[in-house]
Write a protein that binds this ligand. Structure first.
Ligand SMILES: Nc1ncnc2c1ncn2[C@@H]1O[C@H](COP(=O)(O)OP(=O)(O)OP(=O)(O)O)[C@@H](O)[C@H]1O
Ligand SMILES: [Mg+2]
Length: 776
C-alpha cells in the first residue's frame, strides 16, 4: 500500500515540500544510474540467454529454469503465513536504556515514523543525513511502538556494529544476531571447468549456530525481540510448523521418566554424551538429566527425576556445575533448524526416492554416467542417514519435501517466523535493497551447476533465497533507512520521506572545498599530504579515498616514506581486521586511512576531521553522488570536520552532492542560531565499540605449558601499536583453531581438577576469541 503525499494530512517533517519533490525527481534519475552501477545487474545473456539456450539438461524438473528465464513464480503462490504458536515467554516490554535523549530532528522523526506505522503504512523512508543518529531513532521507534523488529544490514561490519549498539540500548530484551554461515564460509559449489567440488564448510561456527538458534527461539517465544540480520535471512531455513512442533515442555510434577525424555531429546537431534557435555548434548547420571540447550552458551538445565515424575528443574553453569536458578518450566527446542516430525519425514523420503530414480535414469539415458552414479551414491547415502537418524548432511537441500511445498515455491525463511506486527528496518537501504534482489541470482547458478552435474537433485534449487518479489510479498511494515535512499524505496512511498537534517549535537554538514588535481608545481597528493599534516597536528584523523587499488597502495607507501602513520583498507581485509583498523585509527595508533570503496556508509569515526577525495571528477560508481555524499558524511561527526574534493572540473554528481550539502548546512546553521546551539563533536566511546558484547578485551592467557606464546587477540597484519610485542599465536587464521583447541583442553582439565575459577577464565577467553573470529 504505497502512500502518496496527498493520502494523509500534512505533518511537519513527514512530507517533502514541492520543491523538494522536484529536486528529488531530478536526482532520482541519476541515482538510479549510480545504483545500477552499485549492483551491476547480470546481463540478460548470462542469466537467461546463453546459459540455457543450448542447455543439454532439459529435464522434467525444469520449472526453476523457466523461472530464471523470467516467468514469475507459480501463479498459485501465496505468501505462506504459518500460525505462530502461543508464546512461552511473551508479554515482556521493550525497555530502552540510554544516556542519549532524542535531539535535533530525532524527536520529530520518531513521532512521524511511529504515527505512520500505527496508521498502517506499509512503507516508510527515513532519510537522515549522515551522522544524524538514525540508529537511535530506530531504537526509539521500537521502544515507542513496542513491536518486535528485524533490522537488515548489508555487510558484516555494520551488522556487528548495529548488534553492539542495540544490545546496549536494550540490555533487558532479546537482541539477537542472525546471519548465514555463508556470510563467513564457502557454500557447497562445483566448478566444472577445473572439475573442483567444494564441500560446504562442515565445521560450523558454534557462535553463529548458537545465535541463530537463540534468534529463532526468541522470535517464537517472546514479544520483545530485535533481530539484527544480514540480507541472507532470505535464505531457506526449516519451517515454523516443524520447528515449533519439535519442542517439548517439562515442569516439576510432570509424569515423565528419564528414558522417555532422552528419547524425545534424540528425536530433537540432541546427542547423548556423558563425558563431553557441550551445546546440543545431554547426559544422564542416575536420576539427573542434564540438557545443554541449543541456544545457550554457558547455561544448561538439570532435570531431577523421582521415579517417573519430574521432581525439580534448575539452571546451572555447565562448567562449574554450580546451580544458578530454580526453574518453573523449560521448553526444549530442536538442536537443528531442519528437524522434521517422523510422519512428514517418511513422506518426504518417498518423494526424494522418486525424484532421484527419475533423475538418475535421465542421466543414464543421456549418457551422463558419472553424473548418474554420483547422484545415486549421494542420495542413497542421504536417504539411509535420514531413515536412521532423521537428518543428514546438507538436509536443507531436501527442503521442498521436508516442508511439503510445491515445486518452485519459496522455502520457509525468517520472514515466516517474524509475526505480522513486526517492523522491518532496512539500514542503508540504497545498498541493502539491491542486495536482496541479487541473492537469488547469485545462488541460482551455483545450485544449477550442482544439479546439472549430479551433486544434487534438481529440487535442491527450491532451497534458495527468496526472489525479490517474494520478499516483497512476505515482508511486514518496512522502514528503509538511509542518507541516500534508492529509487525502489522512494517509489514505494511515492517520494515521501521522513527527514533528519538536524543532527542531535548540532553538528553541521562539513564544508566542502574543491581543489585542482594538478597545477603548477602542485599535485593532489602533495596537497593532501600537507593538509593531512595540519589536521594531524590539530589532533584529528584523515580519510583518503582513491580510485584504484594500485593508487591506494602507492599512496600509502609514499605517505609512509614521508613519515606519516598511514594504513590502507581494501576488499581483501576481513571483517575482524576492518573493525580493528577502524578502532586503531580512532585510538590514534595511526592517523591516515586510505581506502577505495570501504570508507562509506555507516562507519562511525567521530575523530575524523578531514576527508580527501582524490580524482573526484572521474564520474562513475566510485564518484557518483551517492558515493560522494556517503564519503563526505564521514567528516560529519566532528565539529572541525571538512572535506576536500580534488577535481579539475565539476561533474554533475559533485554539483548535486555539494548543493545538497549546502542546502542542509544552511538549514542546520539557521537551526543552531535560532536555538542558541553550539555544535559539539559526537562523543561515542571507542570502548563501546570494542567492548561491544562480542569483543571484550580480556585477560591474556598463556597458550599452555609447552608454549611461551601468549594468546594475542589482535588480528593478523597488525602494523604498529602496543600489541606488537605479542606474537601472533592466537590471531584468527592459521593457528587460531589449534590455539582454541588447546584452550578448550585446558579448560576441561581445569574443570576436572575442580579449579573452577581457572576454568571459567579460560572459557571467557575462548568465547572472546571465537567472537573475535566473527568480527563482533
Ligand atoms: N540523541 C543523541 N545524542 C547524542 N549522540 C547521539 C544521539 N543519537 C545518536 N548519537 C550518536 O551519533 C553518532 C551517529 O549516529 P548513527 O551512527 O546512528 O548515525 P547515522 O545517521 O546512522 O549515520 P550514517 O548515515 O553515517 O550511518 C553515533 O555515535 C551515535 O552514538
Ligand atoms: Mg547508520
Amino acid at each position: 500500500m504505497a502512500r502518496t503525499p496527498s493520502s494523509r494530512p500534512r505533518k511537519p517533517n513527514a512530507h517533502p515540500t514541492t520543491d523538494k519533490m522536484q529536486a528529488w525527481e531530478n536526482i532520482k534519475k541519476l541515482r538510479a544510474e549510480a545504483d545500477a552501477l552499485d549492483d551491476p545487474k547480470p546481463n540478460a545473456q548470462t542469466v537467461t540467454g546463453v546459459e540455457f539456450a543450448g542447455d543439454p539438461f532439459v529435464y522434467d524438473f525444469d520449472y526453476n529454469v523457466l523461472d530464471a528465464r523470467g516467468s514469475a513464480a507459480p501463479p498459485a503462490w501465496q505468501p505462506h503465513r504459518p500460525d505462530l504458536p502461543e508464546k512461552f515467554e511473551g508479554g515482556k516490554r521493550f525497555e530502552l536504556v540510554s544516556d542519549y535523549r532524542p535531539a535535533g530532528d530525532q524527536p520529530a522523526a520518531i513521532e512521524a515514523l511511529c504515527e505512520a506505522a500505527q496508521e498502517g503504512d506499509k512503507d516508510q523512508v527515513l532519510l537522515g543525513v549522515t551522522g544524524s543518529g538514525k540508529t537511535f531513532t530506530m531504537a526509539q521507534v521500537i521502544n515507542r511502538l513496542q513491536r518486535p523488529a528485524l533490522i537488515l544490514a548489508h555487510n558484516k561490519t555494520l551488522a556487528a556494529q548495529l548488534y553492539g549498539e542495540f544490545k546496549n540500548f536494550f540490555p533487558n530484551n532479546a537482541v539477537e544476531y542472525f546471519v548465514s554461515y555463508y556470510d563467513y564460509y564457502q557454500p557447497e559449489a562445483y566448478v566444472p571447468r577445473t572439475d573442483t567440488y567444494i564441500e560446504k564448510e562442515s565445521n560450523i561456527n558454534e557462535q553463529i549456530d548458537r545465535m541463530r538458534h537463540a534468534a529463532t527461539r526468541a522470535i517464537l517465544e517472546r514479544d520483545d525481540v530485535i533481530i539484527i540480520s544480514s540480507v541472507s535471512c532470505i535464505y531457506g531455513i526449516g519451517s515454523v510448523e516443524s520447528y515449533s512442533s519439535m519442542t517439548f515442555v517439562l515442569k516439576p510434577g510432570d509424569r515423565a521418566d528419564p528414558q522417555t525424555v532422552t528419547r524425545d531429546l534424540v528425536a530433537l537431534q540432541y546427542k547423548r554424551n556423558d563425558v563431553y557435555f557441550a551445546r546440543g548434548n545431554f547426559r544422564l547420571r542416575g536420576d539427573a538429566l542434564d540438557i545443554f540447550p541449543a541456544h545457550y552458551e554457558d547455561r544448561a538445565w538439570r532435570v531431577l527425576f523421582f521415579g517417573d515424575e519430574v521432581e525439580a528443574i534448575h539452571e546451572f553453569d555447565p562448567l562449574t556445575g554450580k546451580k544458578t536458578a530454580d526453574l518453573e518450566a523449560i521448553k526444549v527446542y530442536a538442536n537443528s533448524h531442519h528437524t522434521t516430525p517422523r510422519p512428514t519425514l517418511s513422506q518426504a523420503i518417498e518423494k526424494i526416492k522418486a525424484e532421484a530414480k527419475a533423475r538418475v535414469e535421465w542421466f543414464e539415458q543421456n549418457g551422463l554416467l558419472i553424473e548418474g552414479q554420483r547422484l545415486k551414491q549421494r542420495t542413497d547415502f542421504d536417504l539411509e542417514m535420514l531413515l536412521a537418524t532423521g537428518s543428514c548432511a546438507g538436509i536443507e537441500n531436501y527442503s521442498r519435501y521436508l516442508s511439503g511445498r510445491n515445486p518452485g515455491e519459496p522455502p520457509p525463511t525468517m520472514f515466516e517466523y517474524i509475526p505480522d506486527n513486526a517492523l522491518v528496518f532496512v539500514d542503508e537501504s540504497h545498498v541493502t535493497i539491491p542486495q536482496i534482489g541479487g541473492m537469488f541470482r547469485g545462488d541460482y547458478s551455483r545450485k544449477k551447476t550442482l544439479s546439472d552435474y549430479g551433486f544434487r537433485l534438481p529440487s535442491c534449487m527450491d532451497n534458495r533465497p527468496l526472489r525479490f518479489e517474494e520478499w516483497d510479498a512476505m515482508r511486514p511494515q518496512t522502514i528503509s533507512v538511509s542518507a541516500t535512499p534508492g529509487p525502489w524505496e522512494m517509489n514505494q512511498t511515492g517520494g515521501v520521506f521522513v527527514e533528519q537534517v538536524i543532527r542531535p549535537t548540532g553538528l553541521i554538514d562539513p564544508p566542502v572545498e574543491i581543489r585542482p588535481v594538478t597545477g603548477q608545481g602542485f599535485t593532489q597528493v602533495d596537497d593532501c599530504i600537507a593538509e593531512s599534516r595540519n589536521t594531524i597536528a590539530a589532533g584529528g584523523r584523515v580519510l583518503v579515498t582513491t580510485l584504484t587499488k594500485k593508487m591506494a597502495e602507492d599512496l600509502s607507501e609514499y605517505m609512509h616514506e614521508q613519515g606519516l602513520k598511514v594504513r590502507y583498507m581494501h576488499s581483501d581485509i576481513d571483517t575482524v581486521e576492518r573493525i580493528e583498523i577502524i578502532r586503531d585509527l580512532r585510538l590514534g595508533n595511526f592517523d591516515i586511512l586510505i581506502g577505495i570503496n570501504l570508507l562509506r556508509e555507516g562507519l562511525d569515526i567521530p575523530e575524523c576531521q578531514l576527508v580527501c577525495i582524490l580524482d573526484a571528477d572521474k564520474e562513475g560508481f566510485l564518484r557518483s553522488e551517492t558515493s560522494l555524499v556517503q564519503t563526505i558524511g564521514r567528516a560529519a561527526r566532528n565539529v572541525d570536520g571538512r572535506v576536500i574534493l580534488y577535481a579539475d572540473s565539476i561533474t554533475g554528481s559533485m554539483k548535486r552532492a555539494i548543493d545538497e550539502t549546502d542546502r542542509r548546512r544552511a538549514k542546520q546553521v539557521a537551526w543552531n542560531e535560532s536555538n542558541g546551539i553550539t555544535p559539539q563533536s559526537i562523543r561515542s566511546n571507542i570502548h563501546d565499540i570494542l567492548n561491544s558484547p562480542y569483543g571484550k578485551e580480556g585477560v591474556t592467557i598463556g597458550l599452555g605449558a609447552d608454549s611461551d606464546a601468549t594468546a594475542n587477540v589482535k588480528g593478523k597484519g597488525r602494523a604498529k601499536g602496543k600489541a606488537e610485542v605479542l606474537p601472533e599465536a592466537g590471531a584468527p587464521g592459521h593457528n587460531f583453531k589449534t590455539a582454541l583447541a588447546d584452550l578448550e583442553k585446558r579448560m576441561r582439565a581445569a574443570a576436572a581438577d575442580l579449579e573452577f575459577e581457572e576454568a571459567a577464565r579460560l572459557r571467557d577467553e575462548i568465547k572472546r576469541l571465537e567472537r573475535l573470529e566473527l568480527g563482533m
